[in-house]
Design a protein around this ligand. Structure first.
Ligand code: LLP
Length: 432
């Protein structure tokens, strides 16, 4: 018998009470009955805790200023953004749309950094007009464009140079970003060659050197090495007359999904390794920025789904649920693991089952070969764990499936933070 999925990929706020699953002080079934399914449900307390963990680890590295710039691509919900912003959190954005979202949610522009290899002219212009903390330069012609736009607007652009340190982050190839073979950042030599131009241009001010080597960092050594490279280069920049004040070490703080054979290093270990990287380079006098995405919201989020039917085929048991790859594409795209647990605990023996959605793709599965009670039946509620990051955010409307609702739980209360979209909304912008 396969062991049942535990609650390991979920937040500490998720508990069985008398055989029923609760998030904080709210029974999940109550939300599902009121809002229908599929629905994303987040624990506000878990987001607060996660922010405190990352901010605390960062503060332990240095006495200088520390900024946690949340990579909002993980989950750009306005309610979540404003919650994080009220705790002092900033944002890492990758588009003009994300900039607008941040402003809408009340994120301080001075805490926003803008990464991305393909920024459009109007996105650069908007960032300059809002006076964000830093635009991260990822190619030489982008630097020229930023300077030109800053000149045109009569402002000084605060920029960072995003370095591609050519480091193997030892993670899934689709979420590794620090190798030269990926499209991200500038090779050191290319960045170095830009310094004269930056120093000689009064509409540019180099405030930071940045990198993001990848997600789900499973070891501390690659980050330590990357930080040392960043700090050394930042000191070079200073020597060249560009007074860099901050290092942006990117995101990648891992979250537990629940299938890990070996545990991730603790955030304290990451903090110590970042400190070692700074020390190795003789670069302790920099402000520090980090860009966590999933670490802040991943475990806080659950995807609640209802069983539509159970069918056996060949030697398999398929549990067909109302959520699909349209709501959570990570299993299909990265073969990612997400725990799946029943809302009502089962005492029946557990046997393997594939949890699949209604979408017409063989890759439409949320979990494969998972131990689920033999009594799982139509109408039961299941919860997909660790779904707060890159879940709703990567959702699509394939098979005419409208975007689902989102709910935020806070103590004994809960509220809808995004209404379920109507089917009509899918064609509202279409014309015959
Ligand atoms: N900073 C930059 C510049 C990034 O590109 C990313 C993520 C982050 C920070 C945050 O990474 P995190 O801390 O969340 O690992 N859809 C994939 C993840 C793509 C990540 C892209 N960049 C997934 O579902 O795993």
């Amino acid at each position: 018998m396969t062991a049942p999925d535990s609650l390991r990929g979920g937040p500490a706020q998720l508990r069985y009470r008398d055989g029923e699953l609760w998030l904080e002080d709210v029974p999940i079934a109550e939300v599902a009955d009121a809002v229908d399914t599929p629905t994303y449900v987040y624990s506000g307390g878990a987001i607060d805790d996660a922010y405190a963990r990352v901010a605390g680890a960062m503060a332990s590295i240095t006495d200088r200023e520390v900024l946690v710039a949340y990579a909002i691509k993980a989950n750009s919900s306005l309610a979540i953004l404003s919650r994080l912003a009220s705790m002092g959190c900033g944002a890492d954005i990758v588009s003009g749309g994300e900039l607008r979202r941040c402003l809408q949610a009340g994120v301080d522009p001075d805490k926003i950094v803008f990464s991305g290899v393909g920024k459009r002219t109007e996105e650069i212009r908007a960032a300059l007009q809002e006076g964000i903390r830093a635009i991260h330069v990822e190619s030489p012609d982008e630097l020229a464009l930023i300077a030109e736009e800053a000149r045109r607007l009569g402002v000084q652009a605060t920029i960072g140079l995003r370095i591609n340190p050519d480091i193997d982050a030892e993670t899934h190839p689709y979420i590794a970003t620090g190798l030269h073979s990926t499209k991200f950042g500038l090779e050191l030599d290319v960045a170095r060659a830009l310094l004269d131009r930056i120093v000689g241009e009064r509409h540019l001010r180099l405030e930071s050197v940045a990198c993001h080597i990848g997600s789900q960092l499973a070891a501390v050594a690659p980050l330590e090495e990357a930080v040392a490279i960043l700090a050394r280069f930042a000191l070079e920049c200073r020597a060249a007359g560009a007074p860099v004040t901050a290092l942006d070490i990117g995101g990648g703080w891992p979250m537990v999904y629940g299938d890990e054979a070996t545990p991730y290093p603790s955030y304290a270990e990451f903090a110590r390794s970042i400190r070692r990287g700074l020390e190795a380079a003789g670069g302790l006098d920099f402000d520090l920025i980090t860009e966590p995405g999933r670490a802040l919201v991943g475990q806080a989020g659950l995807l609640v789904t209802r069983v539509l039917r159970v069918k056996s085929q060949s030697d398999k048991r398929f549990v067909v649920v109302d959520a699909a790859l349209t709501e959570l594409i990570r299993p299909a795209l990265y073969q990612a693991y997400h725990g799946v647990v029943p809302v009502r605990a089962s005492r029946a023996p557990a046997t393997p089952a594939d949890v699949v959605g209604p979408v017409c793709e063989s890759s439409d599965f949320l979990a494969r070969g998972r131990a689920l009670g033999t009594d799982v039946a139509a109408g039961d509620l299941l919860v997909v764990l660790g779904a707060g990051a890159y879940g709703r955010e990567m959702a699509m409307a394939y098979n005419a499936r409208p975007p689902v609702a989102e709910v935020l739980v806070e103590g004994e209360g809960w509220r809808i933070i995004r209404e379920r979209a109507s089917v009509e909304s899918l064609w509202a912008l279409e014309r015959f």
